[in-house]
Design a protein around this ligand. Structure first.
Ligand SMILES: *[C@@H]1O[C@H](CO)[C@@H](O)[C@H](O)[C@H]1NC(C)=O
Ligand SMILES: *[C@@H]1O[C@H](CO)[C@@H](O)[C@H](O)[C@H]1NC(C)=O
Ligand SMILES: *[C@@H]1O[C@H](CO)[C@@H](O)[C@H](O)[C@H]1NC(C)=O
Ligand SMILES: *[C@@H]1O[C@H](CO)[C@@H](O)[C@H](O)[C@H]1NC(C)=O
Length: 245
């Protein structure tokens, strides 16, 4: 790649500059807003001042100081250089369409609806509708009671980035449990063909709590059993080993 020659050029610029503290850096940029307006840019700076720039829209190098203008003129006379820059633009364009392809994909969230402790709330109950792993960021999470929209006593987090393109959001509803009342969390997102409803099932949760208590009981029982066995074995062994003098 002719990029190497651009680096040697940066050194030439450094040599021509005054012998103060110098800091040179370069950028290669691929700018776009859609796949057909890609601009390929190479920019070279010394002490944060732009000295040289290749702009694919112009198809040439522009110098911004007297010396840089001379260097730019040399580059603009080189067909090899200009051809290479055209190739770089093509590469940049193909990467952009790949990127746009990725950006246009949607990822469907997974949703979990559960009750949490409503400490410090004016209502005894609180539900949280957790929506995980969706893309893009735009989403709507709303609540309904018996099919009617609920807007009061609702709080929500922002769309939180997972740091891997995916997002999560948590919406909270404070409520007073009422027998026979149907509470739903509704999720609307580009990955879904329509709104998706998740109904709160209090019996399911109490069932799960019973299983948890049952499991805890079983574990406690096992622990007692094992402790008992160890205790028994120790005593038993002790009895055998104790000298009978
Ligand atoms: C570039 O894309 C936009 C929208 O995607 C379209 O309106 C425009 O006509 C395209 N231009 C060219 C030169 O293809
Ligand atoms: C590149 O050149 C085009 C056409 O003159 C201009 O519109 C654009 O702003 C330039 N880009 C930069 C970063 O200077
Ligand atoms: C670069 O190209 C543009 C547009 O073709 C032209 O106006 C400009 O004078 C050129 N600059 C140099 C330094 O050759
Ligand atoms: C309830 O909210 C949904 C989505 O936010 C909206 O489409 C619908 O029109 C609302 N219904 C009523 C009765 O306000």
């Amino acid at each position: 790649m002719r990029i190497h020659s651009f680096f040697s050029l940066l050194f030439r610029l450094l040599l021509y500059s005054r012998a103060d503290a110098l800091f040179g850096h370069g950028f290669i940029r691929c700018q776009f807003t859609s796949s057909n307006d890609t601009v390929y840019l190479e920019q070279y700076y010394i002490n944060k001042m732009l000295l040289l720039q290749y702009n694919s829209t112009l198809g040439n190098v522009t110098g911004y100081t007297k010396k840089a203008i001379e260097i730019a003129r040399d580059f603009n006379k080189s067909p090899t250089f200009l051809r290479q820059e055209k190739k770089n633009l093509e590469k940049c364009k193909s990467h952009v369409s790949l990127l746009l392809d990725v950006l246009s994909k949607t990822v469907e969230p997974s949703v979990r609806l559960r009750s949490v402790d409503a400490a410090g709330s004016k209502h005894p109950g609180m539900l949280v509708c957790s929506v995980y792993g969706f893309y893009p960021k735009q989403i709507r999470v709303t609540w309904q009671k018996n099919g009617n929209n609920v807007t009061s006593d609702v709080t929500s987090t922002e769309e939180l980035s997972n740091g891997n393109w995916l997002y999560q959001i948590h919406s909270y509803l404070e409520f007073t449990p009422t027998p026979g009342e149907k509470i739903t969390c509704m999720v609307e997102h580009a990955s879904l063909t329509g709104p998706k409803l998740y109904e709160w099932d209090p019996t399911f949760e109490s069932q799960r709590n019973k299983i948890a208590v049952g499991t805890a009981g079983l574990v406690l029982g096992l622990v007692s059993l094992v402790t008992g066995m160890i205790f028994y074995k120790k005593n038993h062994a002790g009895r055998i080993l104790v000298p009978t003098s």
